[in-house]
Design a protein around this ligand. Structure first.
Ligand code: PLP
Length: 259
């Protein structure tokens, strides 16, 4: 099975993150990428210059067009921008409860630009958390969702469990924002907690890492892999794309998917 992935996310004109990273990761991993674009960003490796949100009803049309004809084996969401967009996504994908859903709660770009309105965080928790298969926050995103600080690996385990209590059936809490040579991600599911550690790669070229990891997981789920195996494989894929980053741009550069 190829694995049809519908990515519902924002466009990054610089090609490093968002929809562009999603299409690259899904394609290289042998899946079939489809897109419903939530927002356009004017952006390069130095930051986001401007954002234009898509009207929510046009997003709905994109999602329906794809699903009524091509269908999807997994949904993946990234930048959702505002509560109106979140509501439409929830209304549309609620009709496909048997399709796995990777929810990457994108909030802030690496350069600091907001990719989700503050007042939309509650809508994300209430409307999308209960629909997802796995939630993939980084530490600042988990802190915003829980309104608490996370500074140690033990905090991460507690936070991942707490996010499950808030409605996400599984949570992959990514530890890249904690300091140290070893980088640890925590996967909390109904079965318990697993941790995945690897040596940190020292680089400034990390633009699109969250999008790439979530899309790689989404592709493997679309291809029928169990969640834990999908996470292990996606982490290995992400590592390779960081190690081979082409070094483009003067800021946080893109990854290399064509390895
Ligand atoms: N989606 C879009 C459209 C973005 O512009 C960004 C970051 O700038 C992201 C998602 C998140 O990127 P990352 O994978 O680096 O967290």
């Amino acid at each position: 099975m190829k694995g049809r992935v519908l990515s519902i996310a924002g466009s990054d004109s610089g090609g490093g993150a968002g929809i562009q990273a999603d299409i690259k990761a899904v394609t290289v991993l042998g899946g079939f990428a489809m897109t419903a674009i939530t927002a356009l960003t004017a952006q390069n490796t130095l930051g986001v210059m401007d954002v234009m949100d898509v009207p929510p009803e046009f997003l709905r049309t994109q999602i329906r067009c794809v699903l009524d004809d091509l269908g999807a084996d997994t949904f993946k969401t990234g930048m959702l921008s505002n509560a109106g967009i979140i509501r439409v996504v929830a209304e549309e994908i609620r009709r496909y409860r048997d399709v796995p859903f990777v929810l990457d709660p994108v909030m802030v770009a690496k350069g600091g630009a907001s990719l989700l309105a503050k007042e939309a965080v509650a809508a994300l928790t209430e409307e999308l958390l209960p629909l997802c298969t796995v939630l993939t926050p980084n530490i600042p995103e988990a802190e915003a969702l829980l309104d608490r600080t996370i500074t140690t690996p033990d905090d991460m385990v507690r936070a991942a469990k707490k996010l499950r209590e808030q409605g996400a059936p599984a949570v992959l809490l990514k530890g890249g924002h904690l300091s140290g040579d070893l980088l640890t991600d925590v996967l909390a599911t109904e079965q318990g907690v697993e941790t995945f550690s690897s040596e940190r790669i020292e680089t400034r070229h990390t633009h699109g890492t969250g999008c790439t990891l979530a899309s790689a997981i989404a592709t493997r789920l679309a291809q029928g892999w169990p969640l834990s195996d999908a996470v292990i494989n996606a982490r290995a894929y992400l590592r390779m794309t960081i190690e081979q980053a082409p070094g483009y741009g003067a800021g946080a550069g893109p990854l290399n998917h064509c390895v």
